[in-house]
Design a protein around this ligand. Sequence first.
Ligand SMILES: Cc1cc2nc3c(=O)[nH]c(=O)nc-3n(C[C@H](O)[C@H](O)[C@H](O)COP(=O)(O)OP(=O)(O)OC[C@H]3O[C@@H](n4cnc5c(N)ncnc54)[C@H](O)[C@@H]3O)c2cc1C
Ligand SMILES: NC(=O)c1ccc[n+]([C@@H]2O[C@H](COP(=O)([O-])OP(=O)(O)OC[C@H]3O[C@@H](n4cnc5c(N)ncnc54)[C@H](OP(=O)(O)O)[C@@H]3O)[C@@H](O)[C@H]2O)c1
Length: 466
Amino acid sequence: MSGCCGPATAEIEQFTTQHQPEGLPVVVIGAGPVGLAAAAHLAERGLDFLVLEAGQQAGASIAKWGHVRVFSPWKYDIDAAARRLLEADGWTAPDPEWLPTGAELVDDYLAPLAKLLGRRVRTGAAVTAISRLGYDRVRTNGREQAPFLIRLADGQELQARAVVDASGTYASPNVLGAGGLPAHGEQTAAELIDHALPDVLGADRGRYEGKRVLVVGAGHSAATTLLALAQLDDTPITWAIRAGDAARTYGGGEADALPARGALGTRLHALVTSGRITLLTGFFTHRVNVTAHGVEVVSRDPSGAEQSLVVDRIVSATGYRPDHSIAGELRLDLDPILGSTRALAPLIDPNQHSCGTVPAHGVDGLAHPEPGYYAIGVKSYGRAPTFLMATGYEQARSVVAALAGDWEAARQVQLELPETGVCSSSLAEAQEQRAGLATGISGGLLATPLPLATVSASGDGGGCCG
Ligand SMILES: Cc1cc2nc3c(=O)[nH]c(=O)nc-3n(C[C@H](O)[C@H](O)[C@H](O)COP(=O)(O)OP(=O)(O)OC[C@H]3O[C@@H](n4cnc5c(N)ncnc54)[C@H](O)[C@@H]3O)c2cc1C
Ligand SMILES: NC(=O)c1ccc[n+]([C@@H]2O[C@H](COP(=O)([O-])OP(=O)(O)OC[C@H]3O[C@@H](n4cnc5c(N)ncnc54)[C@H](OP(=O)(O)O)[C@@H]3O)[C@@H](O)[C@H]2O)c1
């Protein structure tokens, strides 16, 4: 598949194969599953590389939601090159049908992989900026021959022949404010607002038990947190969403090809129906006031109508956005809506696609005008909530093949993803397409004013991606 925008295919190929600053490593940013997959492919191809990981361990972002069980069984969670390296070292893959927790993903897969890669994975190494040696974004002549310059938080600078940015989006959550700007008072109330997936039944239990809790957001993070909160006694729970109903959060139910995901929505639906969880629809967080009696959360919808409630804590489960600031001196061609590459945007566009219909894509769809810089993994999808590890592993394989000059392999992209109820052809999806909306799993609207275009769809709209 070839991309539509950014540098022409021939230009990417010429740079990648002929103009590499010799003797420098490929730097991979982030030791999450996709960064480590890139490392495994680089190792297999005998290319020098260094993985820079901001956290103190491989899978540092996943470790933050270690208590959450993922939707994809192990057979979809292990990269092929990583598997080959690990198995050659005597590792035995976990049960392919088992759904691991985040902690199991780290302990049983990412940590052994990082250990095997040894000193080429450097933890505690946060990248703060990337440029090219001697070249700001404006200088052109000779740019392609200049090595990348990578600055770390401790001031150290490294050089690289190429940069594979797999730094994820977990550290840049969306705000609580319904229009994408922080709600008034959101920063002041920060101590009373948790971002997605607090460990409600474990380490964070004391912050929630016996408290009035508001969960904002319509994705799987909101659903996961709501199900956990419902297990606490004397804990009144309110769930606020922008949409007019929660049909798509409830998901595909038994029709979902990833059964764990379907079950989440079905259980949530039952808790709302029974009254254990109070659902507020058409809720557009506008203002947050800390008062002596709790946090007052005020919604103001686009017509100006307000509703409010007072709670003790808020969980802001509003999704994630990519932070491209570390690449601010590089020449990026970003899709104005999603923040992916322009070439990738139509392939992952949640108005058109859910995860099950994302076509195979690789190096050409991921290239920017800055030759040798690739964002892969969940960061490559920008704001599209349709990413799966399996997709990222194919990206890593393709990009590394290109860096090795093996363009035939780089362009033979293949992707087999599990289908989901809504990913195929449910009535709800047809209705969404007619209304021109759907931000993936939960049915927000990208192009239509939210209160006017909610999906009153019957039944099983649905979750799309793990
Ligand atoms: C709760 C949850 C459940 C999910 N379940 C599934 C599932 O079932 N199936 C599925 O396929 N996908 C699932 N996903 C989606 C996705 O596969 C994961 O988010 C996955 O972790 C993405 O991998 P990644 O390597 O792209 O990014 P991450 O895992 O986020 O890794 C990025 C790494 O980069 C590091 N980093 C960040 N900034 C810097 C920096 N400046 N310098 C150096 N290092 C940096 C971070 O510390 C982190 O270790 C889930 C996501 C979430 C949040
Ligand atoms: N167990 C698991 O495996 C598990 C658990 C949790 C998450 N995940 C995965 O992790 C990824 C991220 O999931 P997520 O739920 O964190 O994010 P998400 O899928 O992006 O969902 C967040 C939703 O919140 C709503 N929203 C956004 N901004 C808002 C705002 N300001 N106010 C109110 N609502 C807002 C949007 O829906 P509207 O547009 O409809 O308002 C959006 O779809 C997904 O791939 C998901 O499948 C997996």
